[in-house]
Ligand binder design. Structure first.
Ligand code: FE2
Length: 410
Protein backbone atom coordinates (compact mmCIF):
# COMPACT_ATOMS: atom_id res chain seq x y z
CA UNK A 1 0.00 0.00 0.00
CA UNK A 2 1.29 3.51 -0.70
CA UNK A 3 1.21 4.35 3.00
CA UNK A 4 4.33 2.32 3.57
CA UNK A 5 7.51 4.34 3.65
CA UNK A 6 10.89 3.11 2.48
CA UNK A 7 11.96 0.42 4.86
CA UNK A 8 15.44 1.82 5.35
CA UNK A 9 15.10 2.99 8.94
CA UNK A 10 18.76 4.02 8.95
CA UNK A 11 17.64 7.13 7.05
CA UNK A 12 15.72 8.20 10.15
CA UNK A 13 16.74 9.02 13.68
CA UNK A 14 14.81 8.35 16.85
CA UNK A 15 13.69 11.44 18.76
CA UNK A 16 12.14 12.06 22.11
CA UNK A 17 8.49 12.92 21.86
CA UNK A 18 8.77 14.95 25.07
CA UNK A 19 10.68 17.57 23.05
CA UNK A 20 7.61 18.41 20.99
CA UNK A 21 6.15 21.78 21.92
CA UNK A 22 2.37 22.11 22.02
CA UNK A 23 0.95 25.06 20.09
CA UNK A 24 4.14 25.53 18.04
CA UNK A 25 4.73 24.70 14.43
CA UNK A 26 6.93 21.65 14.12
CA UNK A 27 9.39 22.12 11.23
CA UNK A 28 9.83 18.43 10.29
CA UNK A 29 7.74 15.42 9.30
CA UNK A 30 7.11 13.12 12.24
CA UNK A 31 6.87 9.37 11.80
CA UNK A 32 6.10 6.32 13.87
CA UNK A 33 8.05 3.12 13.33
CA UNK A 34 6.64 -0.35 13.87
CA UNK A 35 9.54 -2.75 14.19
CA UNK A 36 7.42 -5.90 14.18
CA UNK A 37 6.82 -5.61 10.46
CA UNK A 38 9.25 -2.88 9.55
CA UNK A 39 6.71 -0.19 8.64
CA UNK A 40 7.15 3.53 8.92
CA UNK A 41 4.10 5.76 8.91
CA UNK A 42 3.91 9.51 8.49
CA UNK A 43 2.07 10.78 11.55
CA UNK A 44 2.13 14.53 11.08
CA UNK A 45 3.38 16.76 8.30
CA UNK A 46 6.02 19.44 8.71
CA UNK A 47 4.45 22.85 9.49
CA UNK A 48 1.60 21.28 11.49
CA UNK A 49 0.83 22.77 14.88
CA UNK A 50 0.62 20.00 17.45
CA UNK A 51 -1.84 20.08 20.32
CA UNK A 52 -1.08 19.08 23.87
CA UNK A 53 -3.63 16.26 23.65
CA UNK A 54 -1.96 14.91 20.56
CA UNK A 55 1.49 14.91 22.10
CA UNK A 56 0.18 13.63 25.43
CA UNK A 57 -1.36 10.62 23.76
CA UNK A 58 2.03 9.40 22.57
CA UNK A 59 3.92 10.35 25.67
CA UNK A 60 1.43 8.30 27.68
CA UNK A 61 1.90 5.30 25.44
CA UNK A 62 5.65 5.69 25.45
CA UNK A 63 5.96 5.74 21.66
CA UNK A 64 9.08 6.99 19.94
CA UNK A 65 8.97 9.35 16.99
CA UNK A 66 11.24 9.10 13.96
CA UNK A 67 12.60 11.95 11.87
CA UNK A 68 14.41 11.96 8.56
CA UNK A 69 18.19 12.44 8.88
CA UNK A 70 17.97 15.37 6.44
CA UNK A 71 15.83 17.19 8.98
CA UNK A 72 18.29 16.87 11.85
CA UNK A 73 19.40 20.49 11.77
CA UNK A 74 15.83 21.82 11.78
CA UNK A 75 14.94 19.45 14.62
CA UNK A 76 17.98 20.47 16.69
CA UNK A 77 17.11 24.13 16.27
CA UNK A 78 13.50 23.39 17.16
CA UNK A 79 14.40 21.72 20.44
CA UNK A 80 16.98 24.34 21.41
CA UNK A 81 14.52 27.12 20.72
CA UNK A 82 16.48 28.58 17.79
CA UNK A 83 13.73 27.34 15.62
CA UNK A 84 11.99 30.70 15.37
CA UNK A 85 15.07 32.11 13.65
CA UNK A 86 15.26 29.48 10.96
CA UNK A 87 13.44 29.83 7.75
CA UNK A 88 11.34 26.90 6.71
CA UNK A 89 12.00 26.28 3.07
CA UNK A 90 9.92 23.22 2.86
CA UNK A 91 6.36 23.57 1.84
CA UNK A 92 3.77 21.52 3.63
CA UNK A 93 3.71 18.12 1.98
CA UNK A 94 1.09 17.83 -0.69
CA UNK A 95 -1.86 15.71 0.24
CA UNK A 96 -3.18 13.53 -2.56
CA UNK A 97 -5.27 15.62 -4.93
CA UNK A 98 -8.86 14.47 -5.23
CA UNK A 99 -9.43 12.95 -8.61
CA UNK A 100 -11.49 14.95 -11.02
CA UNK A 101 -14.86 13.36 -10.63
CA UNK A 102 -16.96 12.63 -13.62
CA UNK A 103 -20.72 13.09 -13.33
CA UNK A 104 -22.34 10.07 -11.81
CA UNK A 105 -23.99 7.85 -14.38
CA UNK A 106 -26.09 5.17 -12.79
CA UNK A 107 -28.30 2.61 -14.41
CA UNK A 108 -31.99 2.86 -13.62
CA UNK A 109 -32.24 -0.79 -12.83
CA UNK A 110 -29.31 -2.91 -11.80
CA UNK A 111 -29.36 -6.43 -13.07
CA UNK A 112 -26.83 -9.09 -12.34
CA UNK A 113 -26.72 -10.20 -15.95
CA UNK A 114 -23.94 -11.21 -18.22
CA UNK A 115 -23.16 -9.82 -21.64
CA UNK A 116 -23.54 -6.28 -22.87
CA UNK A 117 -24.79 -4.74 -19.63
CA UNK A 118 -21.76 -6.13 -17.89
CA UNK A 119 -19.44 -4.84 -20.57
CA UNK A 120 -20.90 -1.37 -20.34
CA UNK A 121 -20.42 -0.97 -16.63
CA UNK A 122 -17.22 -2.79 -15.91
CA UNK A 123 -15.37 -3.77 -19.05
CA UNK A 124 -12.68 -1.11 -18.66
CA UNK A 125 -11.79 -2.05 -15.15
CA UNK A 126 -11.94 -5.78 -15.85
CA UNK A 127 -9.63 -5.48 -18.83
CA UNK A 128 -6.90 -3.57 -16.97
CA UNK A 129 -7.17 -5.93 -14.01
CA UNK A 130 -6.79 -8.88 -16.36
CA UNK A 131 -3.74 -7.23 -17.90
CA UNK A 132 -2.18 -6.61 -14.50
CA UNK A 133 -2.86 -10.12 -13.26
CA UNK A 134 -1.53 -11.72 -16.44
CA UNK A 135 1.37 -9.30 -16.96
CA UNK A 136 4.53 -10.85 -18.36
CA UNK A 137 6.89 -8.32 -16.85
CA UNK A 138 7.07 -5.60 -14.22
CA UNK A 139 6.60 -2.73 -16.65
CA UNK A 140 3.43 -4.25 -18.04
CA UNK A 141 2.20 -4.91 -14.51
CA UNK A 142 2.94 -1.38 -13.28
CA UNK A 143 1.26 0.17 -16.28
CA UNK A 144 -2.01 -1.74 -16.04
CA UNK A 145 -2.07 -1.76 -12.24
CA UNK A 146 -1.78 2.01 -12.15
CA UNK A 147 -4.68 2.38 -14.59
CA UNK A 148 -6.74 -0.01 -12.42
CA UNK A 149 -5.88 2.05 -9.35
CA UNK A 150 -6.94 5.26 -11.09
CA UNK A 151 -10.22 3.77 -12.24
CA UNK A 152 -10.99 2.41 -8.79
CA UNK A 153 -10.33 5.77 -7.14
CA UNK A 154 -12.64 7.34 -9.69
CA UNK A 155 -15.29 4.72 -8.95
CA UNK A 156 -15.02 5.42 -5.22
CA UNK A 157 -15.39 9.14 -5.94
CA UNK A 158 -18.52 8.43 -7.94
CA UNK A 159 -20.01 6.30 -5.19
CA UNK A 160 -19.39 8.99 -2.59
CA UNK A 161 -20.63 11.88 -4.76
CA UNK A 162 -24.33 11.18 -4.15
CA UNK A 163 -26.14 14.01 -2.37
CA UNK A 164 -29.18 12.16 -1.03
CA UNK A 165 -29.79 8.72 0.39
CA UNK A 166 -31.88 7.45 -2.56
CA UNK A 167 -29.18 8.42 -5.11
CA UNK A 168 -26.65 6.95 -2.75
CA UNK A 169 -28.39 3.56 -2.75
CA UNK A 170 -28.56 3.56 -6.54
CA UNK A 171 -24.87 4.49 -6.74
CA UNK A 172 -23.93 1.75 -4.30
CA UNK A 173 -25.95 -0.76 -6.33
CA UNK A 174 -24.02 0.32 -9.40
CA UNK A 175 -20.70 -0.14 -7.62
CA UNK A 176 -21.89 -3.52 -6.37
CA UNK A 177 -22.66 -4.61 -9.91
CA UNK A 178 -19.17 -3.57 -11.02
CA UNK A 179 -17.51 -5.43 -8.15
CA UNK A 180 -19.67 -8.49 -8.79
CA UNK A 181 -18.58 -8.46 -12.44
CA UNK A 182 -14.95 -8.31 -11.37
CA UNK A 183 -15.39 -11.26 -9.02
CA UNK A 184 -17.34 -13.15 -11.63
CA UNK A 185 -14.48 -12.66 -14.04
CA UNK A 186 -11.83 -14.06 -11.71
CA UNK A 187 -11.19 -17.52 -13.02
CA UNK A 188 -9.22 -20.29 -11.41
CA UNK A 189 -9.56 -19.14 -7.83
CA UNK A 190 -11.01 -21.54 -5.30
CA UNK A 191 -12.69 -18.73 -3.40
CA UNK A 192 -14.50 -17.58 -6.54
CA UNK A 193 -17.46 -19.95 -6.34
CA UNK A 194 -17.94 -19.26 -2.67
CA UNK A 195 -17.83 -15.50 -3.20
CA UNK A 196 -20.28 -15.63 -6.09
CA UNK A 197 -22.77 -17.85 -4.29
CA UNK A 198 -22.69 -15.77 -1.15
CA UNK A 199 -22.95 -12.60 -3.17
CA UNK A 200 -26.05 -13.71 -5.06
CA UNK A 201 -27.61 -14.89 -1.82
CA UNK A 202 -26.98 -11.65 0.06
CA UNK A 203 -27.86 -9.42 -2.91
CA UNK A 204 -31.48 -10.59 -2.83
CA UNK A 205 -31.91 -10.33 0.94
CA UNK A 206 -32.35 -6.80 2.27
CA UNK A 207 -31.29 -7.80 5.76
CA UNK A 208 -27.97 -9.03 4.40
CA UNK A 209 -27.26 -5.88 2.40
CA UNK A 210 -24.54 -4.91 4.89
CA UNK A 211 -22.36 -7.85 3.75
CA UNK A 212 -22.44 -6.92 0.06
CA UNK A 213 -22.06 -3.21 0.81
CA UNK A 214 -18.97 -3.82 2.93
CA UNK A 215 -17.54 -6.25 0.39
CA UNK A 216 -18.11 -3.67 -2.38
CA UNK A 217 -16.52 -0.72 -0.58
CA UNK A 218 -13.66 -2.91 0.63
CA UNK A 219 -12.87 -4.25 -2.86
CA UNK A 220 -12.94 -0.75 -4.39
CA UNK A 221 -10.73 0.64 -1.62
CA UNK A 222 -8.30 -2.27 -1.78
CA UNK A 223 -8.00 -1.70 -5.55
CA UNK A 224 -7.61 2.04 -5.00
CA UNK A 225 -4.69 1.28 -2.66
CA UNK A 226 -3.08 -0.78 -5.40
CA UNK A 227 -4.04 -4.26 -4.21
CA UNK A 228 -5.00 -5.45 -7.67
CA UNK A 229 -4.08 -9.12 -7.29
CA UNK A 230 -7.04 -11.43 -7.88
CA UNK A 231 -6.48 -13.62 -4.77
CA UNK A 232 -6.48 -10.44 -2.66
CA UNK A 233 -9.66 -9.16 -4.30
CA UNK A 234 -11.37 -12.52 -3.68
CA UNK A 235 -10.18 -12.66 -0.08
CA UNK A 236 -11.33 -9.19 0.82
CA UNK A 237 -14.68 -9.73 -0.88
CA UNK A 238 -15.15 -12.97 1.04
CA UNK A 239 -14.13 -11.31 4.28
CA UNK A 240 -16.66 -8.53 3.61
CA UNK A 241 -19.43 -11.02 3.00
CA UNK A 242 -18.65 -13.13 6.05
CA UNK A 243 -17.31 -10.66 8.60
CA UNK A 244 -20.50 -10.28 10.59
CA UNK A 245 -22.07 -13.75 10.31
CA UNK A 246 -21.32 -14.16 14.02
CA UNK A 247 -23.90 -11.44 14.71
CA UNK A 248 -26.50 -14.18 14.16
CA UNK A 249 -25.39 -15.67 17.49
CA UNK A 250 -25.93 -12.45 19.46
CA UNK A 251 -29.20 -11.88 21.35
CA UNK A 252 -31.67 -9.91 19.25
CA UNK A 253 -32.19 -7.11 21.77
CA UNK A 254 -28.46 -6.31 21.49
CA UNK A 255 -28.37 -6.61 17.69
CA UNK A 256 -31.30 -4.30 17.10
CA UNK A 257 -29.82 -1.59 19.36
CA UNK A 258 -27.78 0.96 17.36
CA UNK A 259 -24.09 0.45 18.15
CA UNK A 260 -23.59 3.85 19.76
CA UNK A 261 -26.49 3.28 22.16
CA UNK A 262 -25.18 -0.04 23.49
CA UNK A 263 -24.47 -0.18 27.22
CA UNK A 264 -20.98 -1.37 28.21
CA UNK A 265 -22.38 -4.82 29.03
CA UNK A 266 -24.28 -5.03 25.73
CA UNK A 267 -21.15 -3.88 23.91
CA UNK A 268 -19.18 -6.70 25.47
CA UNK A 269 -21.86 -9.16 24.31
CA UNK A 270 -21.84 -7.60 20.84
CA UNK A 271 -18.03 -7.77 20.64
CA UNK A 272 -18.16 -11.54 20.85
CA UNK A 273 -19.61 -11.62 17.29
CA UNK A 274 -16.04 -11.51 15.94
CA UNK A 275 -15.10 -14.80 17.61
CA UNK A 276 -18.50 -16.20 16.66
CA UNK A 277 -17.90 -15.35 12.98
CA UNK A 278 -14.63 -17.27 13.04
CA UNK A 279 -16.21 -20.18 14.93
CA UNK A 280 -19.03 -20.49 12.38
CA UNK A 281 -16.64 -20.23 9.42
CA UNK A 282 -14.44 -22.97 10.84
CA UNK A 283 -17.45 -25.13 11.56
CA UNK A 284 -19.01 -24.83 8.12
CA UNK A 285 -16.22 -24.06 5.73
CA UNK A 286 -12.76 -25.33 6.30
CA UNK A 287 -11.65 -24.04 2.88
CA UNK A 288 -11.82 -20.38 3.89
CA UNK A 289 -8.33 -18.93 3.31
CA UNK A 290 -6.33 -18.02 6.43
CA UNK A 291 -6.04 -14.38 5.29
CA UNK A 292 -9.83 -14.08 5.15
CA UNK A 293 -10.05 -15.25 8.75
CA UNK A 294 -7.35 -12.79 9.84
CA UNK A 295 -9.16 -9.89 8.16
CA UNK A 296 -12.42 -10.88 9.87
CA UNK A 297 -10.69 -11.36 13.21
CA UNK A 298 -9.27 -7.82 12.98
CA UNK A 299 -12.22 -5.87 11.54
CA UNK A 300 -12.93 -4.08 14.84
CA UNK A 301 -9.31 -3.42 15.81
CA UNK A 302 -8.24 0.24 15.82
CA UNK A 303 -4.98 1.87 14.85
CA UNK A 304 -4.47 3.23 18.38
CA UNK A 305 -5.03 -0.14 20.03
CA UNK A 306 -8.44 0.60 21.57
CA UNK A 307 -10.37 -1.84 19.38
CA UNK A 308 -11.40 -5.44 20.01
CA UNK A 309 -11.05 -8.38 20.49
CA UNK A 310 -7.26 -8.29 20.77
CA UNK A 311 -6.52 -4.56 21.18
CA UNK A 312 -3.87 -4.73 18.44
CA UNK A 313 -2.28 -1.43 17.47
CA UNK A 314 -0.58 0.18 14.51
CA UNK A 315 0.64 -2.19 11.87
CA UNK A 316 -0.05 -5.28 13.89
CA UNK A 317 -3.39 -4.87 12.13
CA UNK A 318 -3.25 -6.21 8.60
CA UNK A 319 -3.49 -3.51 5.90
CA UNK A 320 -6.46 -5.29 4.37
CA UNK A 321 -8.20 -5.52 7.74
CA UNK A 322 -7.90 -1.71 8.03
CA UNK A 323 -9.49 -1.42 4.60
CA UNK A 324 -12.34 -3.73 5.61
CA UNK A 325 -12.68 -1.81 8.84
CA UNK A 326 -13.12 1.48 6.95
CA UNK A 327 -15.65 -0.15 4.62
CA UNK A 328 -17.49 -1.57 7.63
CA UNK A 329 -17.60 1.73 9.50
CA UNK A 330 -18.72 3.58 6.38
CA UNK A 331 -21.65 1.23 5.85
CA UNK A 332 -22.54 1.04 9.54
CA UNK A 333 -22.71 4.83 9.87
CA UNK A 334 -24.55 5.35 6.56
CA UNK A 335 -27.05 2.51 6.98
CA UNK A 336 -28.15 3.53 10.46
CA UNK A 337 -26.64 0.55 12.35
CA UNK A 338 -24.50 3.03 14.20
CA UNK A 339 -27.13 5.44 15.52
CA UNK A 340 -30.36 4.66 13.70
CA UNK A 341 -29.94 7.49 11.18
CA UNK A 342 -29.32 6.94 7.46
CA UNK A 343 -26.74 9.10 5.69
CA UNK A 344 -25.13 9.49 2.31
CA UNK A 345 -21.49 8.44 2.16
CA UNK A 346 -20.45 12.11 2.10
CA UNK A 347 -22.37 12.77 5.31
CA UNK A 348 -20.98 9.55 6.70
CA UNK A 349 -17.38 10.51 6.03
CA UNK A 350 -17.90 13.99 7.49
CA UNK A 351 -19.40 12.40 10.59
CA UNK A 352 -16.47 10.03 10.97
CA UNK A 353 -13.98 12.88 10.46
CA UNK A 354 -15.68 15.01 13.10
CA UNK A 355 -15.82 12.08 15.47
CA UNK A 356 -12.11 11.46 14.99
CA UNK A 357 -11.21 15.12 15.32
CA UNK A 358 -13.23 15.63 18.47
CA UNK A 359 -11.70 12.64 20.15
CA UNK A 360 -8.44 14.18 18.72
CA UNK A 361 -6.48 11.02 19.14
CA UNK A 362 -7.10 7.98 19.58
CA UNK A 363 -7.42 7.30 15.94
CA UNK A 364 -9.51 4.56 14.50
CA UNK A 365 -7.48 4.29 11.34
CA UNK A 366 -3.97 4.78 10.14
CA UNK A 367 -4.17 8.55 9.45
CA UNK A 368 -2.53 8.24 6.05
CA UNK A 369 -4.93 5.54 4.90
CA UNK A 370 -7.92 7.53 6.04
CA UNK A 371 -6.66 10.81 4.52
CA UNK A 372 -6.34 9.08 1.18
CA UNK A 373 -9.88 7.72 1.40
CA UNK A 374 -11.15 11.22 2.16
CA UNK A 375 -9.24 12.70 -0.75
CA UNK A 376 -10.85 10.25 -3.18
CA UNK A 377 -14.26 10.96 -1.74
CA UNK A 378 -14.06 14.74 -1.92
CA UNK A 379 -16.67 16.26 -4.20
CA UNK A 380 -17.44 19.78 -5.37
CA UNK A 381 -20.47 20.23 -3.13
CA UNK A 382 -18.41 20.35 0.03
CA UNK A 383 -20.40 23.27 1.52
CA UNK A 384 -23.72 21.50 1.22
CA UNK A 385 -22.24 18.37 2.68
CA UNK A 386 -20.91 20.30 5.62
CA UNK A 387 -24.32 21.79 6.27
CA UNK A 388 -26.02 18.43 6.06
CA UNK A 389 -23.51 16.81 8.37
CA UNK A 390 -23.85 19.41 11.14
CA UNK A 391 -26.73 17.86 13.11
CA UNK A 392 -24.95 14.52 12.98
CA UNK A 393 -21.73 16.04 14.22
CA UNK A 394 -23.51 17.59 17.21
CA UNK A 395 -24.67 14.17 18.28
CA UNK A 396 -21.19 12.84 17.73
CA UNK A 397 -19.70 15.67 19.77
CA UNK A 398 -21.92 14.83 22.72
CA UNK A 399 -21.01 11.21 22.48
CA UNK A 400 -17.32 12.00 22.16
CA UNK A 401 -17.48 14.22 25.25
CA UNK A 402 -19.06 11.46 27.29
CA UNK A 403 -16.43 9.00 26.06
CA UNK A 404 -13.67 11.39 27.12
CA UNK A 405 -15.35 11.88 30.53
CA UNK A 406 -15.70 8.13 30.97
CA UNK A 407 -12.03 7.68 30.18
CA UNK A 408 -10.97 10.40 32.56
CA UNK A 409 -12.96 8.96 35.45
CA UNK A 410 -11.80 5.40 34.70
FE1 FE2 B 1 -18.52 -6.48 13.00
Amino acid sequence: MPVQRPKDISKYFRANIRNLKPGMTVPVDIHLYFAQNDHLVLLRHANDVLSETFIGKYVKRDLDIWINNDDREAWDKYITGEYENIKINRQKMEKPEPDKLKPLIVEEKIEYVQGNAKLARSADLISVLDEANNAKNDIQYQRSASVAVEKSRELFGQVTAAVDVATQNTATDHAKAVVFDILDNVAGNTAKTMVNELWEMTATDKELRHGTNVATYAVILALAFGRVEYPVICDIALAGLLHDIGVSQIPFDVVRTPTRSLTPIQLRTFSSHVDESIRLIEMFNTLTPARVKTIIMQHHEKFDGTGYPQGLDGFKVLDLAQVLSIANLIDSVSSGYWDGKTRTLQQTLSTIVKFEKISTFPEYFNPEVFDAVLAWAKNPDAKEIKKAAEPASEIVQEQAKSIVKEKQSA
